[in-house]
Design a binder for this molecule. Structure first.
Ligand code: NAP
Length: 327
């Protein structure tokens, strides 16, 4: 048996329940992993509310780190006793012990502790595919401006550091002056408090009127159209989240009128669809972390049974950096 967090219905943080679930033996392509720490992500909120639908009852959580206890048939890259970490579907990482597909589980380098592993996989692999693979036509070169919203969040603080390591000038937005300072301390070249400042005007000012080559927008509804206004001609808007709600249907003609723009709506799960791709992305991420180019800021810790408070704080914009659940 394992203590786990489950929901019986979609709703607010109050639907998160601590339950005991049976844990069996791994089948083909599966492992049993004992978690040492679990990562919290905004996607957990979308799954809790039903914005991203799943069958009920639903165990939540997409990220964790721990030790492999047992390995099923056909799993060749892991063995019992391995230290591992993952970002992986299906949800269910909010627990002590689980059986899960092995495909997206990778060995954790000795230099990276379990909490860091649990905090970094989903958010770090997201930054990897955004900055390395989700680029405008012609790519991104050192010195280029990009705009990154929610720059003081979990994904955001990793992006600030990674962009700096690539020589990019990341303009970060955040919802308070203190969060702006944090983003700057992590490598943002410029910061904008989008609660008090007009971020389109500030981006134009910072870029001498030219606009940025790419916008990475995880806010969605509240920022989408103004994000388009920050782009230089032929620029790319990557909408990768909906913290304020999903982007509504829009007139494609807008993209022409605003300068032959490109829009994409990527998700990590396409990028980590194969084991080989997941390992290659993880190797890049581990290299960035073990070299010291990127540190993983764990700014909040909650016990597993206090996960409802963790959700309230994440949705209430009271967290910065990464959050882990301890067991
Ligand atoms: N597509 C993908 O592959 C993928 C993968 C990972 C994450 N994501 C997305 O990336 C975003 C960041 O994820 P995260 O887990 O690191 O979360 P996070 O950035 O730590 O937290 C979300 C932040 O969004 C900002 N925000 C703006 N408007 C908001 C609103 N109405 N309600 C709540 N927050 C609001 C807040 O920062 P301020 O107060 O500074 O505005 C808040 O701290 C999320 O949207 C997530 O869904 C997408």
């Amino acid at each position: 048996m394992s203590r786990a967090i489950q929901i019986q219905q979609f709703g607010g943080p109050e639907v998160l329940q601590l339950v005991d679930l049976p844990v069996g033996e791994p089948g083909p392509g599966e492992i049993r992993v004992r978690h040492h720490a679990v990562g919290l992500n905004f996607i957990d909120v979308y799954q809790r509310t039903g914005l991203y639908p799943n069958a009920l009852p639903l165990s939540l959580g997409m990220e964790g780190a721990g030790m492999v206890e047992a390995v099923g048939p056909e799993v060749t890259h892991l063995q019992p006793g391995d230290r591992v970490a993952y970002a992986s579907a299906p949800p269910g990482s909010y627990c002590e012990l689980r059986v899960m597909p092995a495909k997206c589980v990778v060995q954790l380098p000795d230099a990276i502790d379990f909490e860091t592993g649990a905090a970094m996989m989903l958010k770090g692999l997201t930054v990897q595919y955004l900055l390395r693979r989700t680029q405008p036509q012609g790519g991104l070169q050192a010195g280029d401006f990009i705009l990154f919203h929610a720059a003081a969040g979990g994904v955001g603080l990793i992006a600030c550091q990674w962009a700096k390591a690539m020589g990019l000038q990341l303009i970060g937005t955040a919802g308070s002056d203190a969060k702006c300072e944090l983003a700057k301390a992590h490598g943002a070249a410029h910061v904008i408090n989008y609660q008090t400042e007009d971020f389109v005007a500030r981006v134009k000012e910072i870029t001498g009127g030219a606009g940025v080559k790419a916008v990475y927008d995880s806010i969605g509804k509240d920022t989408f159209e103004r994000s388009l206004d920050c782009l230089a001609p032929f620029g790319l808007l990557a909408n990768f989240g909906n913290a304020s709600g999903p982007v509504a249907a829009f007139n494609l003609g807008l993209l022409g009128a605003k300068g032959s723009l490109y829009v994409t709506r990527p998700t990590l799960f396409t990028h980590i669809a194969t084991r080989e791709r997941t390992q290659a992305m993880a190797d890049d991420l581990f290299g960035m972390v073990t070299s010291g180019a990127v540190s993983i800021p764990i700014d909040q810790r909650y016990r597993l049974e206090d996960v409802a408070q963790a959700h309230r704080d994440l949705e209430g914009r009271r967290t910065t950096g990464c959050t882990v659940l301890t067991l």
